[in-house]
Design a protein around this ligand. Structure first.
Ligand code: C5P
Length: 430
C-alpha cells in the first residue's frame, strides 16, 4: 500500500523558494498563534518578505514584539494606525503583496470574511485587497466541535467559493485536550503548501506515476548488486508534479530520501518488485516517468546463506538473468481499454554520446520522450542538466540548475506536450 506523506518538507527544501515574494501574514485569535512565530521564521528563511498583521484577539496569545523582531518590520494591529501617511493601512498593506496568509484563521475570522465584515484591520484588509492579484490563504485552527459545527462548515464552503484557499487543518491532539479535526498545520507544512501554491497548476486533475532510485538485486542474504542512483531527480519530479496539481504515485527503490509532501509512496527493493507494482499502477495513471536506475541483470538464484570464502582463492560464480524492462513494458500496453498506457517518459543516464544513446533508447523503448543526462555528472548531486529528445525529432536542453528547478521545467514541458497533443494521450480510467 502506498503511504501518502502528509508531513512537512524538510527545512532545506524551502531554501530560496519564496525569494522575491511579499506575504501579508495575518494572525487571528487562537492558541495556534504560538506556531505563527515559527511559520514567520520559515517564510523569511525561504526568502519572503513578510508583513505581519494581528487581530486584537491574536495579541492575547503572542506579542507583536515577537513578530516584529522576527519579521524585521513594524507589526500592524489597528486600522487607525497613524504611521501610514495616508492613514489607509487597510489599502496600502496588500497592494504589493503576493498573497495574504492567515494562520491561524479562527472560526470567527472566517465567519467575518464570509459576511464581508470589516470591523478590524485584518478583516478590513482582506475585503479591500485586489482579489485578482492578491490571493487569500487560510490555515484554520479551532476546537473540533467548532470545526464540525454546521455554521463553520457552511462558512468554509462559502469562503472557498469566494476564492480563498484552505491549508489544512490537520486532525490530532488539541490544546483543549480533545482530539479531532481543527489543528492548524505545522509551520513547515504551511511553508510547503505556500511554496506549492505559487506553482502553476499545469497538471491539475492528472495522475502521475514515477519510478525512482536504484534497485537492489540480492546475491545472498547480505550482499547484492545496486548502483549509484540517489533518487534525487525522481523525488524532485514527484514534488514538482504534486506542486503542479497532479495526484502523484512514487515507486521508490532503496533510497534515504524524505517523501515529498502529498505524494503517495511505495517502497520496493528489486527490479522484479518494481516491475510488478508499476504494471499494476500504470493503467490508472495519465503520465509515467521512469527515472529509476533499474538493474539490468540479477543473480538467477540468490544463495540462501551467505557465500563464504574457503581459503582456496576460488571466486564464487553465479548466473545472471536479465530483468524486465519496466518502461518498455508500460509503453507496450494498449493505447485504449482498461489496461491502457499512460504517456511515457524515459530517462537515459549515459557516460558519453548522450544524444545518440538517448535516440536509440527512444526507438528501442518506443516512448514519445526520453530525458538524457550524464550519469557521473548527476549521481548523488543536487544539480543536473537535461536533454529532452522526442519521437518527432525535437531536441530541447534544460541547462544546469538544481534538480527541483529542472523538475519543474520538465513537468511544465510534459504538460505542454500533453496540451498541444490536444489531450490525444490516452486518458486514465477512473
Ligand atoms: O534500458 P536503459 O537503462 O538504457 O534505459 C533507461 C530508462 O529505462 C529509464 O527511464 C529507466 O527507468 C528505464 N528502465 C526500466 N526498466 C529497466 C531498465 C530501464 O524501466 N529494466
Amino acid at each position: 500500500m502506498p503511504v501518502t506523506n502528509d508531513s512537512p518538507l524538510p527545512r532545506a527544501a524551502g531554501a530560496g523558494q519564496l525569494s522575491g515574494r511579499h506575504i501579508v501574514l495575518g494572525l487571528s485569535g487562537g492558541i495556534a498563534c504560538y506556531k505563527s512565530a515559527e511559520l514567520l521564521r520559515e517564510l523569511v528563511r525561504a526568502g519572503a518578505t513578510v508583513q505581519v498583521v494581528m487581530s486584537e484577539a491574536a495579541e492575547q496569545f503572542i506579542t507583536p514584539v515577537t513578530m516584529q523582531a522576527l519579521s524585521n518590520r513594524n507589526v500592524y494591529t489597528s486600522q487607525w494606525d497613524a504611521r501610514e501617511p495616508n492613514a489607509m493601512a487597510h489599502i496600502n498593506l496588500t497592494r504589493d503583496a503576493d498573497a495574504v496568509l492567515i494562520a491561524p484563521a479562527s472560526a470567527d475570522l472566517i465567519a467575518k470574511l464570509v459576511q464581508g465584515r470589516a470591523d478590524d484591520l485584518l478583516s478590513l484588509l482582506c475585503l479591500a485587497r485586489p482579489v485578482e492579484r492578491c490571493p487569500l490563504l487560510l490555515a484554520p485552527a479551532m476546537n473540533r466541535e467548532m470545526w464540525a459545527h454546521p455554521a463553520t462548515q457552511r462558512n468554509l464552503t462559502q469562503v472557498v467559493a469566494d476564492g480563498a484557499t484552505l491549508l489544512g487543518p490537520n486532525a490530532g491532539d488539541q490544546a483543549c485536550g480533545e482530539v479531532g479535526d481543527g489543528r492548524m498545520l505545522e509551520p513547515l507544512e504551511l511553508l510547503a503548501d505556500t511554496i506549492a501554491f505559487f506553482q502553476p497548476k499545469a497538471l491539475a486533475g492528472k495522475r502521475v506515476l514515477i519510478t525512482a532510485g536504484p534497485t537492489y538485486e540480492p546475491i545472498d542474504p547480505v550482499r547484492g548488486i545496486t548502483n549509484r542512483s540517489s533518487g534525487k531527480m525522481g523525488f524532485a519530479i514527484a514534488r514538482a508534479a504534486r506542486e503542479a496539481g497532479a495526484e502523484v504515485t512514487l515507486i521508490a527503490g532503496p533510497v534515504a530520501l524524505d517523501t515529498p509532501r502529498g505524494v503517495a509512496r511505495s517502497n520496493v527493493t528489486t527490479a522484479a518488485e518494481m516491475y510488478q507494482l508499476t504494471m499494476a499502477e500504470a493503467p490508472r495513471h495519465d503520465i509515467f516517468i521512469a527515472t529509476a536506475a533499474v538493474a539490468d541483470w540479477r543473480p538467477a538464484k540468490p544463495a540462501e546463506h551467505k557465500l563464504k570464502k574457503d581459503g582456496s582463492g576460488q571466486v564464487p560464480g553465479f548466473e545472471m538473468v536479465e530483468n524486465p524492462d519496466i518502461l518498455a513494458a508500460v509503453a507496450k500496453l494498449p493505447a485504449d481499454g482498461p489496461q491502457r498506457r499512460p504517456y511515457c517518459v524515459g530517462f537515459a543516464a549515459e557516460s558519453r554520446d548522450l544524444l545518440r544513446h538517448a535516440q536509440e533508447k527512444l526507438q528501442r523503448k518506443q516512448v514519445p520522450l526520453i530525458v538524457g543526462n550524464l550519469g557521473p555528472e548527476t549521481f548523488g548531486r543536487d544539480d543536473n542538466s537535461l536533454l529532452l529528445i522526442d519521437a518527432d525529432g525535437g531536441q530541447h536542453e534544460l541547462p544546469r540548475a538544481d534538480k527541483l528547478t529542472l523538475a519543474r521545467q520538465l513537468v511544465a514541458d510534459i504538460a505542454g506536450r500533453l496540451a498541444r497533443a490536444g489531450e490525444t494521450a490516452p486518458q486514465a480510467k477512473t
